[in-house]
Design a protein around this ligand. Sequence first.
Ligand SMILES: *[C@@H]1O[C@H](CO)[C@@H](O)[C@H](O)[C@H]1NC(C)=O
Ligand SMILES: *[C@@H]1O[C@H](CO)[C@@H](O)[C@H](O)[C@H]1NC(C)=O
Length: 271
Amino acid sequence: MKEENSSEPLLYDEEDTSYATWKESQMFSSSSRIRKSFVLWVINFFTSLCSAIFLLFLLAFFCPQFLVYCLQNMPGSEAEYAYKHFPLRDDIRWVKLPGDPEYWSNMLYMGEASPESDMAWNELIRRHGFRALDSEAQRLNLTSSLPLEKGGMSASLGVDHNLHCLRHFKQWYFKDYYYANKTEEDLAWIEGHTLHCLETLRKSVMCFPDLNLSPYYMDPGEPHHPTHISTWGVKQCVDYDMLNRGLDGRRYPRSEYPEEVKELLDAANRG
Ligand SMILES: *[C@@H]1O[C@H](CO)[C@@H](O)[C@H](O)[C@H]1NC(C)=O
Ligand SMILES: *[C@@H]1O[C@H](CO)[C@@H](O)[C@H](O)[C@H]1NC(C)=O
């Protein structure tokens, strides 16, 4: 009795089907099975790949915003990468602002010196200092900073420093108003500080370039400055109010500084 090639014989028939020929036939049939399943796998793979590409095309065609949203929100996308080291990443939200011709004309900040303007600027930089947790201080090399009484390390946040410097420029610009009673020596020191602020701002502006685009317009009525930049371009900005609310949890009072620091600060304020 002859066995089917593919089925295992119960007993090897020495005369008819040697073990070797059986084994050979087995090998043949199993390698053809492997070939067959490989071909099937390749067909399946390419069918799935084509379906995925086709779906992506459909999505890109009918709902490109969704694709853009997915790409922008992928972990490690540029929007987040910008603030990779900042501890409160969940408080960073980018918002898209429409063009606005009033974008650069808030008289409260750019106008003449006045108590109202002072209050507005003070409100912007009322609180400064950021409490870095010990692990963050290690990671960001802040461990040489001033320790805080209730834990963590004090750190200065770049945007706070920049705003402080901008206000300083405004005060230097209106120095008759702000520094009327200063001595020559005070004024020399303030001028030096103002120039330090200029360099701080230059570095910051280049470290973190503002990549928003604005259109130009021509103004033939102004021979000294015939082309201007308008503020009609769409802008992408960090939601500053949201960031500020997040920062509230990391601000600290001056009273948390070490005693000798507080004494020096008090003495400087009295001067
Ligand atoms: C960390 O800060 C110290 C000063 O406190 C400095 O000497 C050192 O080079 C800094 N390390 C890095 C990696 O920046
Ligand atoms: C300068 O001194 C005068 C007179 O003491 C005072 O009225 C004025 O408020 C002072 N100005 C500033 C900017 O401190």
